[in-house]
Write a protein that binds this ligand. Structure first.
Ligand SMILES: [Zn+2]
Length: 162
């Protein structure tokens, strides 16, 4: 971990959002494909995704375990800058979140977390700073999630350690 100390906490926590999102989609399925909001402050973060029903404790544990497994696997995180049309044609709407990118933005920064088998663990149009690979995220500890039934949203607060 010592080489990881050079990365700001916010960059590690933000990168964790991408790793956790991939795990959420794997465990909860397509109903949780869309990110409604994200929050980062130091080593604390929160991912809010669409969700049709309250996940079980077991599902939350599986999300946490899977996210930590992907951190351990040290997945490569690629960043490409391409014209918006090309990004949409190549990857589809999956690059977007529920909070829109203004139409006047014609060039997108696409962040791709590559799984070990070459498939895409997570892809997102995101212009924030990320780690080059997942290892330096550290350990992800999910806090008690909150399911907002009326909005069909799942809030997943978490902390990274150390
Ligand atoms: Zn990002």
């Amino acid at each position: 971990m010592s080489e990881c100390l050079n990365f700001p906490d916010e960059v590690r926590t933000h990168t964790a959002l991408h790793i956790i999102k991939g795990a959420v989609v794997k465990v909860l399925g397509e109903g949780s494909l869309w990110t409604a909001s994200t929050y980062v402050s130091g080593k604390h973060g929160r991912l809010t995704v669409t969700c049709q029903s309250k996940p079980s404790d077991d599902e939350i544990k599986r999300i946490e375990a899977l996210a930590n497994a992907k951190v351990e696997e040290d997945l490569t995180i690629e960043r490409i800058v391409i014209p918006r049309e090309e990004a949409e044609k190549t990857y589809g709407q999956i690059i977007y979140d529920l909070f829109p990118i203004p139409q006047e933005v014609r060039e997108l920064t696409i962040v791709i977390v590559k799984d070990r088998d070459g498939s895409i663990w997570n892809i997102n149009a995101c212009n924030k700073e990320h780690l080059p690979s997942s290892k330096c995220v550290g350990k992800i500890a999910l806090e008690k999630p909150r399911f907002r039934a009326s909005k069909k949203l799942l809030e997943l607060p978490f902390n990274i350690e150390p």
